[in-house]
Design a protein around this ligand. Structure first.
Ligand SMILES: Cc1cc2nc3c(=O)[nH]c(=O)nc-3n(C[C@H](O)[C@H](O)[C@H](O)COP(=O)(O)OP(=O)(O)OC[C@H]3O[C@@H](n4cnc5c(N)ncnc54)[C@H](O)[C@@H]3O)c2cc1C
Length: 377
């Protein structure tokens, strides 16, 4: 019997979680053979930013059978966050008291590699440093052009998964609209530390007039400091230039004082500032004719929620099961409920976004804070 070919495009957490879940459900059926190929995208230094996951992420990793990967020395336990938001008094959010697991500051590059190699161990065919450059639909399914190094190869796929992150390359190529509600920009820099601080690695968050600061310890003696604002503020203030960014940081009061004491660092003006966007956006549909979108490709959240990786894993768990059910048993219900769940979660997220930004009233006359509040149904 000819194997069903599934191509997952994207080597981030959403692509790997979908691959692991699909393999798990597909192998449960002995009658139908499913081959899974994951096209892992070009390696990029820009992907190396570290990120924080809450305890809820460990629940999804357990479902995928890979929760052990967090116990490696590569990742740093995160006890929670300290924040100044809505008033001058710092608030605390402790992860220590949740029964479901710990939070972590990830070495993001290693985390992505760990998930991909777990998928490979389960029989997924990994194409590393490979890029989907073309795609066409025909009676047989999809015909894909993939560049890997200097080589261009062509493959067929019966089903294709868009796990390409916020660019949602496949959904867009198929003409699906992506609805964008908001975008914040992170102007950030990663500092090297002389030694790993001996204080617990709390995340620091602090609202100021034109945005909010975020500071976090990363594994390997590094600290990420980020100013989150919007394009309008960036244009007016040029806070993505190192001198202006550093001047603003020095005016941040509680935030800079706590960075210095908690991370044990002297902060000098960095050479350059990196910019990343974090859109609040969703596709008009996340399933279609032999395709599905997952992770940031399907829906993406403001980085303030620190929920992107957990969401990518949870969607991957559900997407893999739904694809297997459709390919093996012709059952479309799970695909339909996958889509409904992505939509419902996004609606809940929009309410949370409004609550979080609405909770900061001290700067309600400032453009950045006014622009974050929009009317939702
Ligand atoms: C500044 C910032 C801070 C953040 N902080 C946090 C945080 O603290 N905690 C948290 O949980 N989340 C955070 N996020 C969000 C988180 O990074 C994302 O939600 C998460 O990476 C989504 O995973 P994904 O697999 O959907 O997409 P991605 O991780 O973006 O992976 C997409 C993959 O697709 C590949 N790709 C793209 N095009 C092609 C192509 N043509 N062919 C092959 N491959 C392709 C890329 O190379 C990449 O490997 C943050 C985001 C930003 C911008």
């Amino acid at each position: 019997m000819k194997a069903i070919e599934v191509a997952i495009i994207g080597g981030g957490p959403a692509g790997s979680a979908t691959a692991l879940s699909l393999i798990k459900h597909a192998f449960a059926d002995e009658k139908q053979s499913i081959q899974v190929t994951q096209v892992c995208g070009p390696n990029s230094l820009r992907d190396a930013i570290g990120e924080t996951i809450p305890p809820a992420a460990t629940v999804e990793l357990r479902k995928l059978g890979v929760s052990d990967l967090l116990s490696s020395d590569h990742h740093l336990p995160c006890p929670g966050s300290h924040s100044v938001w809505g008033n001058e008094a710092p608030g605390f959010n402790d992860f220590f008291f949740t029964p479901i697991g710990k939070g972590y500051h990830l070495n993001r590059r290693v985390f992505n590699e760990q998930l991909r190699s777990a998928a490979q161990d389960q029989g997924v065919n990994l194409l590393i440093d490979a890029k989907l450059t073309g795609m066409s639909k025909n009676k047989e399914g999809y015909s894909l052009s993939i560049e890997q190094g200097a080589e261009l190869c062509h493959r067929r796929a019966d089903f294709i998964v868009d796990a390409t992150g916020i660019q949602a390359k496949i959904a867009r190529a198929l003409g699906v609209a992506r609805n964008q509600y908001d975008t914040v920009v992170s102007a950030c820099h990663i500092f090297d530390l002389a030694e790993q601080p001996n204080q617990p690695a709390h995340t620091l968050v602090c609202a100021v007039d034109t945005g909010w600061w975020y500071g976090t310890q990363l594994p390997n003696r590094k600290v990420l400091i980020s100013f989150c604002t919007d394009k309008e503020t960036l244009k007016a203030s040029q806070i993505n230039t190192a001198e202006v960014w550093f001047e603003k940081l020095n005016q941040s009061g509680w935030f800079i004082e706590n960075c210095v004491s908690q991370f044990g660092m002297t902060i000098n003006c960095p050479d350059a500032i990196d910019s990343r966007v974090s859109p609040s956006a969703i596709l008009s549909c996340v399933i279609g004719d032999h395709w599905l979108a997952v992770g940031d490709a399907a829906s993406s959240y403001d980085s303030m929620t620190s929920a992107g990786i957990t969401k990518a894993l949870a969607q991957g768990v559900e997407a893999g099961a739904a694809i297997a059910s459709w390919l093996i048993a012709g059952n479309k219900h799970q695909l339909a409920s996958y889509q409904q769940n992505v939509f419902d979660a996004f609606n809940q997220y929009l309410k949370l976004h409004q609550e979080l930004y609405g909770a900061e009233q001290r700067f309600s006359n400032e453009g950045f804070w006014r622009r974050r509040l929009f009317s939702i149904q």
